[in-house]
Design a protein around this ligand. Structure first.
Ligand code: NAD
Length: 438
């Protein structure tokens, strides 16, 4: 039997998802309101029923936990942790673990919902989940980070597992956190369970190509969007907001495809001019941020968004492209490396300007695709070559991109709407085929 510390009833108003089809949207909505509005629109566009809305707009399981941490100096602090399993209809739930001081339950539900449509869009046999701890990991020593990760894992342990829910890295966590999570789960199980998390170090059953997978997938999305827009890949210019796991690896992959990265940024600001991605990465490893990178000009994050480039990649946090920042965007294509980087008004403004937006659930799906490969390899205890991973990633990304482009054309909708229609439609169909128990 499962024993939960605290199980929340989901109390957000489930009946308020009115159709967005007619009115212009307000300037700001929370990530959850935005995600619910996008779901409502997909349901309307697919002519699904109110029963579908009721099932699809409700997260299946929400766990909120208290995570006590003994600091190195002996003080004990309490942090809030979450794990949201939005859907398990198409398979075990799957989604990242975020360590960030600003996360809350609403945002975690929104991100778990996006994971559900993303896994369905890419046709992976998963539902969707998300979790995290409201903590700034930069304030933790390595030992504190390990204790916090292990305690969070043990608090959510009753509901995770290779057949139940499989966490992965997200903002503020990496393969080291996944190793601690895998170890904590395995110690409790009494044997090694590598398939409980993905994004692990290779020696613990991680997959070749997982570290760079999200960035590699973003680069494939950029390449295909340029092709569709008739812009040559060689020499196309790119600005990237966020120089973490997604932004950095996307920059590397795009450079190797022949594109020119003209600017990158992190939470402290950006750099432009003559920039070299490997050197910038060395600078970040040494100094913790892009600030003071030699030979580069400094720009703000907003200035980066407004550069005259072919492609803009938001690869940091939610709500980067808003009513106030969207109108200055000059890029022809926006490829969403981050989850939910665009508010509804930002989306409308970009659509009015004729910008092709490759939505998050398509553009950044490379991470969960290679996580799926890692899980499959762990289940089989048989590991693939880097080439196999790369080729399979490319073929799933290409299949999804083509499906979205064709649906957008056939239904005369944006790529975001097309992606949501495919993802939501698949989950709705799975619900209907499984039926309602009892
Ligand atoms: P990360 O923690 O490795 O890096 C985040 C980067 O964004 C850092 O460079 C940070 O300085 C920067 N940043 C933070 N706040 C910022 C701000 N206000 N303005 C500008 N830059 C800011 O995180 P990540 O794993 O690269 O994730 C980035 C985004 O991509 C998130 O939205 C995440 O959910 C999404 N994503 C990640 C993965 C993955 O595999 N890691 C997969 C899919 C989607």
């Amino acid at each position: 039997m499962l024993a939960f510390a605290v199980v929340h009833l989901y109390i957000t108003d489930m009946t308020s998802g009115s159709s967005l089809s007619s009115a212009r949207t307000p300037a700001f909505e929370s990530p959850l309101a935005t995600a619910r509005a996008q779901l409502r629109r997909a349901i309307d566009q697919l002519n699904l029923t109110e029963n579908d809305w009721n099932t699809l707009s409700t997260p299946r399981r929400i766990l909120e936990v208290a995570v006590p941490l003994r600091r190195d100096d002996g003080r004990v602090e309490m942090y809030k942790g979450y794990r949201v399993q939005y859907s398990t209809t198409r398979g075990p739930s799957k989604g990242g673990v975020r360590f960030h001081q600003d996360i809350d339950l609403d945002e975690t539900v929104a991100l778990a919902m996006l994971m559900t449509w993303k896994c369905a869009l890419t046709n992976l046999p998963y539902g969707g989940a998300k979790g995290g701890v409201a903590v700034n990991p930069k304030t933790l020593s390595l030992a504190e980070n390990e204790r916090l990760t292990r305690r969070y894992t043990s608090e959510i342990l009753p509901i995770i597992g290779p057949e139940r829910d499989i966490p992965a890295p997200d903002v503020g966590t990496d393969e080291r956190n996944m190793a601690w999570m895998m170890d904590t789960y395995s110690v409790n199980a009494g044997y090694s369970v590598p398939g409980v998390v993905t994004g692990k170090p290779i020696v613990l059953g991680g997959s070749l190509g997982r570290t760079s997978a999200t960035g590699d997938g973003v680069a494939i999305a950029v390449r295909e969007a340029l092709r569709i827009k008739g812009i040559p890949v060689e020499g196309a210019t790119v600005a990237i907001q966020g120089f973490g796991k997604v932004g950095y690896w996307a920059a590397r992959a795009l450079e190797s495809m022949g594109l020119t990265i003209v600017a990158v940024s992190d939470v402290h600001g950006g750099v432009t001019g003559s920039i070299n991605i490997s050197q910038l990465n060395n600078h970040v490893s040494e100094h913790g941020s892009l600030s003071g990178a030699p030979g580069a000009e400094t720009i703000t994050n907003t200035e980066l968004l407004h550069l005259p480039v072919d492609v803009l990649i938001p690869a940091a946090l939610s709500d980067a492209i808003t009513e106030s920042t969207a109108s200055g965007i000059q890029a022809k294509i926006v490829v969403e490396g981050a989850n939910a980087p665009t508010t509804p008004r930002g989306d409308e403004i970009m659509s009015d300007k004729g910008i092709l937006v490759v939505p998050d659930i398509l553009a950044n799906s490379g991470g969960v695709i290679v996580s799926y490969f890692e899980w499959v390899q762990d289940k089989q205890n048989y590991f693939w070559s880097a080439d196999e991973v790369r080729q399979n990633l490319n073929s799933i990304m290409m299949r999804s991109i083509n499906e979205v482009a064709e649906t957008a054309k056939a239904a005369a909708v944006t790529w975001r709407e097309a992606a949501n229609m495919i993802g939501v439609g698949r989950v709705a169909q799975a619900h209907r085929l499984r039926g309602l128990y009892p």
